[in-house]
Design a protein around this ligand. Structure first.
Ligand code: SF4
Length: 282
């Protein structure tokens, strides 16, 4: 391989490593795990950043056609050469594969959660479902009976209506991501308690940070009030874009409410057309 090609290849690997580190930082991770055959080591993110910046500087300085050697920076007993090879292995994963991996790690972490009493009464924890690269993410309230039994959000009658709403704006259910504020079913489908929301909310925050949707859509009172930190009724919040941590967020009625109040379907259709138009412009 020509030396210029090697340099371009190295620059591409370095860029991919930096993207991975940035994603880990945004996800709140402070160490990364690097694996080689028969060996797994951990590296703090500051150390990883220092290493990759040192290597990047070194590669950039080399004259075209010159011999490339990697600098001798040691961390956790590994040479930078090891770091490049290992990082190259890791960053061969696409962004989608990385998100799938991190979502799965989060799901595993949550499976044993008993931070609130709902952990004792659930049949299944309901994590979230959909496209990890989704541009549109829906946030509902909490699992109901069907969701608790199947371990998936929005699978009952309200879920079927949500699927229709999604299809009405030209998307498939598999295009979007769907999650709830609470991951375990409140007994008898009672309303979530404030303390349950406080304890469970960090999981939803991590899911949103990981998915990084272009638009959020909060379904119903609890999702809207929780994400906007307000007590305002959903009827006054719906129909316009708000913002959650810089992400535009539409508020609309929950599909379960629509099953009881079908006359308000037109309002939800109006809200969803705004979401569709926003996504089309983006
Ligand atoms: S509702 Fe949330 S905080 Fe409570 S046990 Fe389930 S996952 Fe944990």
């Amino acid at each position: 391989m020509h030396m210029d090609e090697i340099r371009r290849e190295l620059a591409s690997i370095i860029s991919a490593v930096k993207t991975r580190i940035d994603m880990e930082k945004r996800f709140g991770v402070d160490t990364i795990t690097l694996s080689k055959p028969n060996k797994v080591t951990s590296l703090s993110l500051p150390n990883a950043v220092t290493q990759i910046e040192t290597i990047e500087t070194h590669v950039a300085k080399k004259p075209i056609g010159g011999k490339i050697t990697v600098p001798t920076v040691e961390a956790n007993g590994r040479s930078p050469d090891d770091a490049l090879k290992t990082s190259g292995d890791q960053t061969s994963m696409s962004e989608k594969e990385q998100k799938i991996k991190l979502l799965e790690e989060l799901r595993k972490e949550m499976m044993s959660c008993h931070k609130c009493p709902l952990g004792k009464t659930r049949t299944n924890l309901v994590f979230g479902v959909g496209n990890p690269m989704a541009r549109l993410m829906f946030v509902g309230e909490a699992p109901g009976r069907d969701e608790d039994l199947q371990g998936e959000p929005f699978v009952g009658r309200a879920g079927q209506l949500l699927t229709k709403i999604i299809e009405a704006i030209g998307l498939k259910r598999s295009d979007v991501y769907i999650a709830n504020v609470l991951k375990c079913r409140p007994p008898g489908n009672r309303n979530p308690l404030p303390e349950e929301i406080v304890l469970c909310m960090p999981y939803l925050i991590k899911q949103i940070e990981l998915i990084q949707p272009k638009v959020l859509c909060a379904l119903g009172t609890f999702a809207a009030q929780t994400l906007l930190n307000t007590k305002a009724p959903v009827g006054t919040l719906r129909g316009k874009f708000h913002e959650y941590k810089g992400i535009p967020m539409m508020i609309t009625y929950h599909p379960a409410y629509l099953l009881r109040n079908p006359n308000d379907k037109a309002k939800v259709w109006d809200d969803m057309k705004k979401v569709r138009d926003f996504l089309n412009e983006f």
